[in-house]
Design a protein around this ligand. Sequence first.
Ligand code: THU
Length: 129
Amino acid sequence: MADLVAAARAARRHAFAPYSGFLVGAALETADGQVVTGCNVENATYGLTVCAERVAIWKAMSEGHRRFMRIAIVADADAPTPPCGACRQILWEFAGDLEVILANLFGETGRFRLADLLPMPFDRRLLKT
Ligand code: THU
């Protein structure tokens, strides 16, 4: 677990966040134990910013990973920094009920199941096709 948080902390150092100044790192553990990282990448339009969690998911998907166990998310904040609503939806789509480990620069600040962070999700089970 410490390794996953350390990987997220290292990824955070690559964050491109000149507008918010809020650097975030994420590390996703695949079912076969590999770690795929991401950082937030902001944009001058603001709205095209992508969070660290989604960068990690997109990278992992594009490298062929399809099953995920845990994600660690690191930010420089006293309060636990949970994934935003958009990231919760994307994580649910591709990772399901994974474990979400929150940490700051000093250590772990919280541990959750995604199902508890995203109750009553909209997903493929609700589509007719
Ligand atoms: N951000 C993340 O990367 N992940 C989160 O869980 C929360 C927010 C980023 C988006 C934006 O670049 C900055 O943090 C401030 O919202």
